[in-house]
Design a protein around this ligand. Structure first.
Ligand code: NAP
Length: 302
């Protein structure tokens, strides 16, 4: 039996449109309704037949839903939840895909105090945005972290977990605050570092922009993929997960200072020991199927 028969997706960008495609592929008898605040996105969704139905208002999109997934930037979750409050069926389950959880839990529970809310975060994405950037296999073999608050109906949590399994994801359950600390180090800090490096390179005076681009294969270009991620989404993530990000950033700065000192004093063994440990982490990621073993991220060199 399907965990849900009528799924509404609010926000038809990369993640929302990938969910729509994946539901149609893996649960073809489920009905998918979409809504996006941007009329141009709604038009595109209709043109590419992304959903069974694209509603003109948030309210009409949820009137017969049994699952509503908020797929908007984390700073817009409260407004998106408020937009469906008057029309949400009493037995519908609300979920989301936001990259941080504590702030989203607070925003959605404030807007929908009586709704059954099961927050979730699929740890999968690309640097692209919009309804045409999505694809059905985005969640295959990736983790989806479900972060219910204490006291949430266990059956509702199980149905959301089952939904993500049907889309091909591996599912883990975690407390929202723990999720935010884990993701601060595995996702948010790397994005901040990439944004910084790419920003620094583009502000240099003694090295020209054309040189930065021309010689980017030395490592720089691998940071540019992350630094090309959606500005709205990432602005919201840093503002929403402020405490955990600042804490991880403090630790990172201390480690960077230690490396600076090792370079200054010619402590090659310290550098070698760290670089050996980090190489082993890359190997573990590949062994656990979270990246491809192809060298140089699978780029061809013929
Ligand atoms: P996206 O491609 O930019 O799509 C978001 C869409 O939501 C946009 O079309 C946006 O319209 C629309 N929107 C904004 N406010 C709305 C509202 N109140 N009601 C209805 N629609 C609204 O973003 P995304 O990458 O799919 O990210 C969506 C969520 O997934 C975010 O919370 C993000 O943290 C999370 N997430 C992202 C990734 C990733 O790699 N991208 C991975 C995992 C989770 P406008 O453009 O007009 O504002």
């Amino acid at each position: 039996m399907l965990p849900f028969a009528r799924v509404t997706i609010i926000g038809l960008g990369l993640i929302g449109s990938s969910i729509a495609r994946a539901v149609r592929q893996h649960m073809p008898s489920a009905r998918v309704t979409g809504f996006d605040a941007d009329p141009a996105v709604r038009e595109t969704a209709l043109r590419i037949a992304l959903c069974d139905d694209v509603a003109d208002t948030a309210g009409t999109s949820v009137i017969d839903a049994d699952l509503v997934i908020l797929c908007v930037p984390v700073g817009a979750m409260g407004a998106a939840a408020a937009g469906i409050a008057a029309d949400l069926p009493a037995d519908a389950i609300v979920s989301d895909v936001g990259s941080c959880k504590e702030s989203v839990v607070e925003a959605v529970r404030t807007a929908l105090p009586d709704a059954t809310f099961v927050p979730a975060h699929p740890v999968a994405g690309t640097e692209n945005s919009g309804p045409e950037a999505g694809f059905a296999s985005l969640f295959h073999g990736r983790w989806c972290i479900v972060t219910p608050v204490a006291g949430t109906d266990a059956l509702a949590v199980e149905r959301v977990r089952e939904f993500w399994k049907r889309l091909g994801a591996e599912v883990e359950t975690m407390a929202p605050d723990h999720h935010d600390r884990v993701l601060a180090v595995t996702s948010h800090l790397p994005h901040l570092i990439a944004y910084t490096i790419v920003g620094t390179a583009s502000d240099m005076e003694e090295v020209t922009q054309s040189e930065v681009i021309k010689y980017s294969a030395g490592g720089f270009r691998d940071f540019t993929r992350i630094a090309a991620s959606d500005p709205t989404m990432w602005r919201d993530v840093f503002l929403a997960n402020k405490e955990a990000v600042l804490d991880m950033l403090q630790r990172f700065s201390e480690d960077l200072t230690a490396l600076q000192r090792a370079i200054r004093w010619g402590k090659g063994d310290e550098l070698f020991e760290l670089f050996t440990r980090t190489r082993a982490i890359r190997r573990s990621i590949i062994e656990q199927g979270q990246d491809d073993a192809a060298p140089d991220f699978g780029r061809t060199h013929d």
